[in-house]
Design a protein around this ligand. Structure first.
Ligand SMILES: Cc1ncc(COP(=O)(O)O)c(C=O)c1O
Length: 374
């Protein structure tokens, strides 16, 4: 990235995990410009081959049978929440409409998704919070069990919280949630808006735990920078969402579908996800070395694949500022964490250059002498 000051920056933010294939990837540019010369928009009252193709590919690659395309993550979540309520209602349980969410969550900025996220700073000043969300502590199975009432429809969770500070739910926790949902007739919704489409080294982060949801919200990386999202579901979970029950004007438009298919062409290429996992391990290993050298700055390294977080002893704003001074872009998050979310196509050389800049920022912050060779 080149700033307005003419300086070159190494992008370890990727538009908050959006530009998964970097900026202006030739395959995406050609998919978009080719489609732009054909048709941009038509109502989804008509069949759209690009959307059908992308939906089929997503269904083939995941637990899902059905896909609804949106323009953003929050809309994908709205679809997921509506679907869970409708499922319970269609099953004769209209009283089951509440969704359990977790402290530290972020699910978007619509009225329902700020209520789901439950963070005061996003709710403040917007009138009464939308009803139907019960937020509980992070990662306490007994608290979760106790929070389920006869009105509960679903559990909604990010397998790794992004805005919350790269906080991973242990695999056992995700498995426990699946079991609870099965035992109690609830739906399990994963928010993979930030973790999805290769970011963690698997197509979707929940695959690491070997647990599948009933409904999943996706966005960000799925469009590689083109605004789009998707709500994926099993036939069973989607059974109340018959034609006309939910809808969108722009979701699934031909431009988005062309780019979405082009992103999948690359992410599903043999070896791509292995590359992400390997690059993530290398980055993590080098960051661990920095943590050992700068314990006064780096407190903890978190995350999976190329969704990593550095919990620092300085405020994330200060740390991100120090990185920016070294021409590295990173993203602050909650819990004193700075997110490192480079494009998934990053080379080892770029990755190591990023580590050198993080090291330089640590040196500047701690005013410690650098090691030989740096
Ligand atoms: C986990 C998660 N869910 C939902 C959203 C909302 O997505 P959007 O901003 O596209 O509405 C975000 C955005 O940061 C996110 O990280």
């Amino acid at each position: 990235m080149i700033g307005s000051d003419g300086e070159r920056y190494l992008d370890f933010g990727a538009g908050i995990a959006v530009n998964s294939l970097g900026h202006a990837h030739p395959h995406l540019v050609s998919a978009l410009t080719e489609q732009a010369q054909k048709i941009w928009h038509t109502s989804n009252l008509f069949q759209m081959p690009g959307g059908e193709k992308l939906a089929r590919r997503l269904a083939d690659a995941t637990f899902a049978d059905k896909v609804f395309f949106t323009n953003s993550g929050a809309e994908a979540l709205e679809c997921a929440i509506k679907m869970a309520r409708k499922y319970q209602s269609a099953n004769g349980h209209p009283e089951r409409f509440r969704v359990i969410t977790f402290e530290g969550a972020f699910h978007g900025r619509t009225l329902a998704t700020i209520a789901a996220g439950g963070q005061a700073k996003y709710l403040e000043g917007f009138g009464p919070k939308v009803d139907g969300f019960d937020q509980i502590a992070f990662g306490d199975h007994e608290v979760l069990d106790r929070a389920i009432t006869p009105e509960t429809a679903a559990i909604l969770v990010e397998p790794i919280q992004g805005e919350g500070g790269i906080r991973s739910f242990p695999q056992a926790c995700l498995k426990g949630m699946r079991q609870l949902c099965d035992d109690k007739g609830l739906l399990l919704i994963f928010d993979e808006v930030q973790t999805g489409v290769g970011r963690t080294g698997r197509l979707f982060a929940h695959e690491w735990a070997g647990v599948a949801p009933d409904i999943m919200a996706v966005a960000k990386g799925i469009g590689g920078g083109f605004p789009m999202g998707a709500c994926l579901a099993t036939d069973e979970a989607a059974k109340g969402m018959t034609a006309g029950v939910h809808g969108t004007t722009f979701g699934g438009n031909p431009l988005a579908m062309a780019v979405g298919n082009a992103v999948l062409d690359i992410v599903l290429e043999e070896g791509f996800l292995e590359h992400v996992a390997k690059a993530g391990l290398l980055l993590r290993q080098r960051l661990a070395e920095l943590k050992d050298r700068f314990p006064d700055i780096i407190d903890e390294i978190r995350g999976e694949g190329l969704m990593l977080g550095l919990r620092t002893r300085v405020a994330p704003g200060v740390f991100v500022g120090a990185l920016r001074a070294e021409k590295l872009v990173a993203i602050p998050a909650g819990d004193n964490v700075t997110r490192l979310l480079p494009p998934l196509i990053i080379s080892d050389e770029e990755l190591l250059e990023g580590v050198r800049r993080i090291e330089a920022a640590c040196v500047a912050l701690s005013r410690k002498p650098t090691t030989a060779g740096h």
